[in-house]
Write a protein that binds this ligand. Structure first.
Ligand SMILES: Nc1ncnc2c1ncn2[C@@H]1O[C@H](COP(=O)(O)OP(=O)(O)OP(=O)(O)O)[C@@H](O)[C@H]1O
Ligand SMILES: [Mg+2]
Length: 306
């Protein structure tokens, strides 16, 4: 569990605080996505959690323990941190990068090697192919995978991720999001993840927190946030296509019916948004589903009603 209580950070000389009185809880084994405009305090909030930044006021509790009373170096060994572009050590191999925290924790060499191979494998980076490479010999997406592998290596209960997939193209990005999400759920990590991308926040967060000028303006599950933005600022930030984004949260099979429909069926993992997109592309009011049945335009509209 991560709990922020009345957390604030005022940088010296700044006219307004970068983080202002944020109270927010991320329950054990769940994830919270932080979104907001550039400069709204997202990165500062993450860095207050692992004490790369010290608060001006307020508290951070991790698993009920006051982070401010712990040794910051010790604390950071138990909090995985993924920064944009991976933040890898350029002159060290992938394996050496991933081994960083286990080494600091004083693990035996054999255990470190086994763990490095295990987390690289988990992240879809076969060690035989990747372990010996340097960061400059990787694509942007591979570097980010290594960044996540490195953050997971010491098996920390808490993970902070700052724009973890910023360098990945949209198609690979969605795939990577799904893989990482599945992994984090399986491992029951408690995660605070920053992103600029509204659709990414909705996929990665069990809850989404919207920041504006350092203040928390709304904190809600994705579906509720998209259906009921608290004010015009949140609605504007989510975008005029937020109803479409919301359709992307529901599986198409939730709208399965018996209507007649022709053409290739939608794949099993398709969303209502995909179903609607197919209807538009095919100029039809119904599309068949893999496994039988079909989704109709009426069924989509019924499920989309808030
Ligand atoms: N080390 C620092 N010293 C002084 N001011 C800082 C420092 N780091 C950040 N700030 C200021 O704090 C505010 C919040 O910055 P922060 O990096 O948290 O924003 P952000 O929401 O992560 O933005 P982005 O989406 O652009 O990454 C900004 O006004 C920034 O200029
Ligand atoms: Mg930032």
């Amino acid at each position: 569990m991560i709990r922020l209580e009345g957390l604030s950070k005022a940088w010296p000389g700044a006219a307004a605080p970068a983080v202002a009185d944020i109270t927010l809880e991320v329950p054990e084994g769940t994830s919270c996505a932080l979104i907001g405009p550039s400069g709204s305090g997202k990165t500062t909030t993450l860095r207050l959690v692992n004490r790369l930044v010290e608060p001006s006021a307020g508290r951070v509790l991790i698993a009920g323990q006051d982070a401010l009373r712990q040794d910051p170096v010790q604390l950071r060994r138990h909090i995985g941190y993924v920064i944009q572009e991976g933040g890898l050590f350029p002159h060290r191999s992938v394996a050496e990068n991933v081994a960083t925290v286990p080494r600091l924790l004083g693990w035996a060499e054999a255990r470190i090697q086994a763990r490095v191979a295990e987390v690289l494998e988990m992240m879809g980076l076969p060690p035989g192919q990747f372990a010996a490479r340097r960061p400059h010999q990787l694509s942007g997406g591979e570097r980010q995978r290594v960044g996540v592998a490195r953050a997971l290596a010491g098996d920390p209960p808490v993970l902070l991720m700052d724009e973890p997939f910023g360098a990945v193209d949209p198609v690979r990005r969605r795939q990577l999001q799904d893989e990482v999400l599945k992994l984090l759920r399986q491992l029951r990590k408690t995660v605070l993840v920053v992103t600029h991308d509204v659709a990414e926040a909705m996929r990665l967060g069990d809850a989404v927190a919207v920041l504006r000028d350092g203040r928390l303006v709304q904190h809600a599950p994705p579906e509720a946030l998209l259906a009921h933005p608290a004010n015009g600022f949140v609605a504007g930030f989510l975008g005029s296509d937020r109803a479409l984004t919301r359709l992307g949260l529901f599986p198409a099979k939730a709208a399965r019916g018996e209507a007649a429909a022709a053409g290739p069926p939608l794949p099993a993992e398709a969303t209502l948004r995909d179903a609607l997109a197919e209807m538009l592309a095919r100029g039809t009011r119904a599309v068949p589903l893999a496994g039988g049945g079909a989704v109709t335009l009426e069924a989509v509209l019924d499920l989309a009603a808030v």
